[in-house]
Design a protein around this ligand. Structure first.
Ligand code: ATP
Ligand code: MG
Length: 483
């Protein structure tokens, strides 16, 4: 059977971009083709025809999508252009902000450096805070800051740790903590305080001031400790000088009133005695004249005694009296003194000298010791009635000497006893006895100059015992002779 068979050649068509646009096909009649070959050709042609049709359809779709693509690409391009402009804008802004950021970093760095600088400066200032220290305490009573030149001197560098509450500071005196806390509390309420404290014998004037935060609220208290030890010392010296001057003035005025009173009696005695001598001029009146002359002598002696006491007092005031020890036998020394004072005794008075040993060596100032014992014995005589016994007793115990003067006189009222060693002080029961009230004051000062002690016991109308305790000072003497 001869069929109308056509052969077909087909080939693809590409664009200049080598894209497949479609398929070109040529059909032509075939006269004789072997069966197998024929089948194959038919198959191939059928294939080629369907491919060509497909490719044609595809070409159309491709064209459409190409156009769509182009439109899309166009839209895309304009979008990209827009975005690019936006991006450029953004980049521009970024660059600008980056620049300002760099500026800011620079400013921050400068500020940081200046902050570090000022912190260092502050640290240096506080570390070297002259003659004192500075502290800051917060609302919890915790130490926030402490620094200053004196911290080591008072031991506060170890004792006070930043961050600890004032109560927790175990090595700080309780009284000091109490005072500081009281003032910090006031300062935290907005007050400025000023108070004085003493730490390790150093005096400080502390000034406090409230520290405000940015909201003008007090959050901390600043305490500035200024070492005022020197000022204090000067203050004490000035006060002492003023006190001394006041005392001297008082002494002068007391002396004038005392002298006008005490001098009157001996002076009038002298005057009347001289008048009597003048009148008893005849021969045979010698005895009377001698009596008046001895009255004058006693009065003059009294006057000299008062003046001497006053001079001794002035010398003591000026620090001119110093103890000049010498080695001597006290028993012999006092025996001669008792002998000397016999003339002052009242009628019937007896002075008994009691000694524990027949010889007691002492290393003391004989002039001062003489004045002391003479004064005590003359008081015992003065404030005892006639016929009364007076005893002078000496004893030693270890390295000390004890001297006791006992009388059976008028005694000292209890209320006067506490004032007895005060200058010009006289007990109220002594008003009828002559005296200036200087004797015991001088005695006490002399005893103290020899590093001793004076005490007394007295019962009104029964008698008085004065006891003096002095160092024998024999060891010093041994040393002196050894070297
Ligand atoms: P003077 O300066 O002349 O000694 P004064 O005897 O009055 O005068 P103090 O010797 O200092 O002064 O004595 C002070 C006072 O102490 C006396 O006025 C007297 O009141 C009292 N007094 C001292 N010794 C005795 C004593 N032994 N018995 C009683 N009172 C005494
Ligand atoms: Mg006296």
């Amino acid at each position: 059977m001869k069929e109308n068979i056509k052969a077909c050649w087909s080939f693809p068509i590409f664009s200049s971009n080598k894209e497949l646009l479609g398929t070109f096909a040529i059909y032509f009649p075939v006269s004789r083709i072997p069966l197998d070959t024929e089948k194959e050709i038919i198959y191939n042609i059928t294939q080629a025809t369907s491919v060509a049709i497909d490719q044609h359809n595809e070409g159309v779709a491709l064209k459409n999508s190409r156009e769509e693509l182009a439109a899309y690409a166009g839209a895309l391009e304009s979008k990209v252009a827009d975005r690019t402009v936006e991006l450029k804008d953004m980049v521009q802004k970024l660059v600008e902000s980056n620049l300002s950021l760099e500026d800011q970093i620079q400013i921050t760095k400068t500020a940081e450096n200046s902050a570090i600088d000022s912190q260092k400066l502050l640290e240096t200032i506080f570390k070297n805070f002259p003659r004192g220290f500075v502290g800051v305490v917060d609302f919890n009573m915790s130490v926030v800051f402490i620094e200053g030149e004196d911290l080591d001197a008072v031991g506060f560098r170890e004792a006070i740790q930043v961050g600890k509450r004032i109560d927790e500071l175990s090595n700080v005196p309780t009284q000091l903590k109490k005072k500081v806390k009281e003032n910090v509390q006031k300062t935290l309420k907005g007050e400025h305080c000023s108070f004085e404290v003493k730490v390790e014998n150093i005096s400080y004037l502390v000034n406090t001031t409230p520290l405000f935060n940015e909201d003008h609220v007090v959050t901390r208290a600043l305490l500035v400790y200024n070492n005022i030890s020197d000022q204090k010392r000067v203050e004490v010296e000035i006060r002492n000088t003023l006190e001394k001057e006041k005392e001297l003035n008082e002494l002068k005025s007391r002396f004038i009133s005392m002298a006008s009173h005490e001098f009157r009696t001996p002076l009038s005695t002298i005057l009347s005695a001289t008048n009597l001598i003048e009148r008893q001029n005849e021969v045979g009146q010698e005895e009377k004249r001698i009596k008046y002359i001895s009255k004058i002598k006693v009065s003059v002696k009294n006057l000299v005694g008062i003046l001497n006491d006053f001079l001794s007092l002035s010398k003591l005031e000026e620090g001119k009296v110093i103890s000049q020890p010498a080695l001597f036998d006290l028993v012999e020394f006092l025996e001669s003194l008792v002998e000397e004072i016999q003339g002052v005794k009242k009628a019937g008075q007896v002075i008994e000298f009691i000694k524990s040993q027949s010889n007691i060596d002492v290393q003391l100032d004989p002039k001062l010791l003489r004045h002391i014992v003479y004064n005590l014995l003359s008081n015992a005589i003065k404030y005892s009635q006639e016929n009364k016994k007076i005893s002078l007793k000496i004893d030693t115990k270890n390295t000390n000497l004890f001297i006791e003067v006992t009388d059976q006189g008028i005694g000292i009222p209890t209320e006067d006893q506490v004032h007895l060693f005060q200058r010009f002080y006289r007990a109220k029961n002594a008003a009828n006895y002559e005296g200036t009230g200087l004797g015991l004051n001088i005695v006490r000062q002399y005893v103290l100059l020899m590093e001793g002690n004076i005490t007394f016991k007295s019962n009104l109308d029964q008698g008085t015992t004065f006891t003096i305790e002095l160092p024998l000072n024999l060891l010093k003497n041994e040393k002196n002779t050894t070297y």
